[in-house]
Design a protein around this ligand. Structure first.
Ligand SMILES: O=C(O)CCC(=O)C(=O)O
Ligand SMILES: [Fe+2]
Length: 315
């Protein structure tokens, strides 16, 4: 009797040999697939990490290492104040009670000067700078002395124009400066708890205009870290009023308090007032302007009446 066939006839594929080979090839495939999956996963992780690093790097600023934002351009700050321990710098100077810093720190406010006032005072700056301007990236116009950057030097506008200066600047322009100075002085007096009459305006008080043109002289190198009390001598309290907007009117150009660990940045915004005690507790610098034009005005105060000046006026 012919043996009975059970089940389907055997083909080459379903032969016992093939049956034994399949599990081993599936295992190899699986191993291969897993190896690829692992490789792709690590590539994906690497790419995500690189992207995150790029994002963090661009957020913090390429040339300034790690930074924390003290005031963002888009915020409207009623008042932010950070106290920092005073340096010993003030010990080397005569003390004036109710004025010489005992409490040191930094403040930023967007409500003391309106954007409209900032725009008006910026137009005054533009009028002045239209008469000259540095060959390098940084021009100044000192309202008290009349010094204006022209080419690689300075020209005294008040001396150069004499009485004709009144065809350039108006009494209203000087009045505007006085109003701004008074409001900023009050904000500083309140923030540091000073005797109102103790604080005096000091020199220099100047407009700055910065663009990305390469520096031609040392006067154009605005980006170096410095201490205002060392640079200017008479300063006890420095204030900066910004007249243009970071990332709208210019790129780069952020103000930085230089600190170990992380710099603290103030992003300029038209009408923003940044003020701080002028000693080495507030070492600072301005980041290089990469594009556009940045306008600001420096208004500083002293506790020593001998270093005080009157508000700028036609001279
Ligand atoms: O324009 C700024 O943000 C800072 C200028 C400055 O540091 C200075 O005038 O001493
Ligand atoms: Fe400074």
């Amino acid at each position: 009797m012919a043996p009975q066939r059970r089940g389907p006839p055997r083909t080459a594929e379903s032969s016992g040999t093939a049956e034994r080979r399949r599990p081993s090839s599936t295992k190899k495939d699986r191993e291969l697939r897993e190896a690829w999956r692992a490789r792709l996963k690590s590539l994906g992780l690497g790419a995500a990490l690189a992207l995150a690093l790029i994002l963090i790097w661009s957020r913090l600023g390429a040339d300034d290492g790690v930074a924390q934002v003290l005031a963002r351009r888009g915020e409207v700050l009623e008042g932010r104040f950070i106290e920092v321990p005073c340096s010993e710098d003030y010990d080397g100077y005569r003390r004036f009670e109710g004025c010489t810093p005992r409490k040191c720190g930094r403040g930023v406010t967007d409500v003391v000067i309106s954007r409209e006032e900032a725009e008006r005072i910026r137009r005054v700056a533009e009028k002045g700078f239209s008469l000259g301007g540095s060959d390098g990236g940084a021009s100044i116009l000192d309202l008290h002395s009349g010094a204006l950057s022209v080419g690689k030097h300075f020209v005294n506008l008040y001396r150069f124009f004499g009485d004709k200066i009144q065809t350039i600047f108006s009494e209203e322009d000087f009045q505007l400066y006085r109003d701004v100075r008074r409001k900023v002085q009050l904000a500083i007096t309140e923030a540091f708890g000073l005797r109102a009459s103790a604080l005096c305006l000091t020199k220099p008080t100047f407009f700055s205009r910065i663009n990305s043109t390469e520096a031609r002289t040392a006067h154009d190198e605005y980006w170096h870290a410095h201490v205002d009390k060392v640079t200017y001598g008479s300063f006890d309290y420095t204030s900066l009023l910004y007249l243009s907007d970071y990332q709208e009117d210019f790129g780069g150009g952020r103000f930085m308090f230089v600190e170990e660990g992380a710099n603290k940045t103030v992003e300029p915004r038209a009408g923003r007032v940044s003020f701080f005690t002028s000693g080495s507790e507030n070492l600072h610098r301005v980041e290089k302007v990469r594009w556009g034009t940045r306008y600001a005005i420096t208004i500083a105060f002293t506790c020593n009446p001998d270093h005080g000046i009157e508000d700028p006026a036609f001279t």
